[in-house]
Write a protein that binds this ligand. Structure first.
Ligand SMILES: Cc1ncc(COP(=O)(O)O)c(C=O)c1O
Length: 463
């Protein structure tokens, strides 16, 4: 096929082919027909006709530093010309420098020495962390949160709360014991914060009171559980932000019973919630951090794990423990290193905090105008949430959420500045939450546009 020939096929022709030759297992089709895009830049995606779509989800926070970021693209191009391929049994400078930067910054955050290793996707890094847990604790069982999402490999889906992701495939790894997340707007215990007095954390603590709750041998003090997998801010669960006391309380309970705290930062890491690691916002020290997505801004994928020295020193976790052909690929490490350099040169903590505050103010003002429909708005850094509800302001309105989403993707919202599309992501326990993860480069005008588009969509879609 001549170069560029695919551009000559119409969307309809491409879709016909797609229906014949593409598996749908590797994707999620939210639209019928699914949408094609042709180009991206900054906060925008452009369809095949050149129409702009303001993106408020940035590839589930993988492209946090803006689409087609020239500095990161430059790092990738330089590496393509220099050392595009190398088996992972050999070393290259970028791997070592990137690991050092992550280890140093994590040590600064938690006051703990550790090491870093790499893999390709988030789920693979979660698998690697499960091996670290099993190797160190000699235990297979872990706790995880209701509403948590850790990926779709067999091991990762075993600790992800949705049965939907396991139903067809049965069990390979041990399924986690799922614990309610501190989701105060919809408290699983029907309590109100702060009067609840951290009831949910205390309920978890109570599990360890007697051997008959099935988690502890009270005679030896040994728990059957090796780790607790957490997201400091739940991602797919709907950008749920816990109250500040929750994680410190949980950490104490886990320490008491020698249960490791594994912090999944795949979606919230790299400043999405205002710090390098979201859990820093809660003053809590994890034993293992898992990361991916924005490490390479969605360019050549790279994920990884940081762990305390005692868990990951080569003497206890020897070569080959988690090796994969592409694990520390040169293109990914080059971009990851550039991301880390960027975050050293520019104060992302301040930038994300300030932009997040201004975006949240606008969303709260929108909520005031649409109080009956927007039941809840919240944010930490540039991880923002908006719950679409029925007129009582509480009952989730999934149908309206889907209509708003689909209408945004049509790309035909008329504004004073022209026609736009709006790219949103639907999450949450009841699929009624817009999880908003804009580019860190979002401008004031783009924030205004985002709120105008949301307002117009709501007006159009409410029946
Ligand atoms: C918190 C969290 N963990 C794990 C994963 C899985 O990562 P991946 O899709 O790269 O396998 C995701 C992806 O959305 C995530 O948000």
């Amino acid at each position: 096929m001549a170069q560029g020939q695919h551009l000559m096929l119409t969307e309809r022709e491409l879709l016909e082919k797609e229906r014949k030759v593409c598996s749908w297992g590797d994707t999620v089709h939210y639209l019928d027909p699914p949408k094609f895009f042709e180009r991206c830049e900054g906060s925008f995606l452009y369809d095949r006709k050149g129409a702009p779509y303001l993106d408020l989800q940035m590839w589930y926070s993988a492209a946090s530093f803006g689409y087609a970021n020239p500095r990161l693209g430059g790092a990738l191009k330089r590496q393509i010309d220099k050392l595009p391929q190398l088996a992972c049994q050999y070393l290259h400078a970028e791997k070592v420098e990137l690991a050092e930067k992550i280890a140093k910054r994590t040590q600064k955050a938690f006051g703990e020495k550790g090491r870093v290793h790499f893999n390709v996707g988030g789920s693979q890094a979660v698998e690697d962390s499960l091996k670290l847990v099993r190797n160190h604790t000699k235990k297979n069982l872990v706790f995880a949160f209701m509403g948590g999402y850790h990926g779709r490999t067999l091991g990762a889906s075993a600790i992800t709360s949705s049965y939907r992701y396991r139903r067809r495939f049965g069990h390979f790894s041990d399924r986690a014991q799922f614990v309610p997340y501190p989701y105060c707007f919809r408290c699983p215990y029907g309590k109100k914060y702060p009067d609840c007095g951290m009831y949910c954390a205390k309920q978890f603590e109570k599990l360890f009171e007697t051997e008959y709750n099935g988690v502890l041998d009270t005679k030896t003090g040994e728990s059957e559980y090796g780790a607790f997998y957490v997201e400091a801010v739940q991602g797919t669960g709907g950008y749920v932000i816990p109250p500040k006391e929750y994680f410190p309380y949980l950490r104490k309970v886990l320490e008491r019973h020698k249960i490791l705290l594994v912090d999944d930062e795949i979606q919230m890491g790299f400043y999405r919630a205002g710090k390098l690691w979201a859990i820093e916002q809660f003053g809590v020290k994890p034993d293992i951090v898992v990361f991916g997505k924005a490490l390479t801004n969605g360019l050549n994928p790279l994920s990884g794990v940081w762990a305390r020295e005692a868990l990951i020193h080569p003497k206890v976790f020897p070569p080959g423990s988690t090796h994969s052909t592409f694990s520390s690929n040169t293109l990914g490490t080059a971009v990851g290193l550039e991301v880390m350099k960027m975050t050293e040169e520019e104060d992302y903590e301040r930038l994300v905090k300030e932009k997040g505050k201004r975006f949240l103010e606008r969303l709260k003002a929108l909520q005031k105008r649409r109080r009956k429909i927007i039941g809840h708005v919240d944010g930490l850094g540039l991880a923002l949430r908006l719950e679409i509800c029925k007129p009582d302001g509480y009952t989730p309105d999934r149908e309206l959420t889907d209509r708003i989403f689909a209408e945004g993707m049509r790309g035909e919202i008329r504004t004073s500045k022209g026609r736009f599309g709006l790219v949103l992501d639907v999450g949450g326990y009841y699929k009624n939450v817009f999880t908003i993860a804009p580019s860190f480069g979002i401008t004031e005008r783009e924030m205004d546009l985002a709120v105008e588009l949301l307002d117009l969509l709501i007006r159009k879609c409410v029946r």
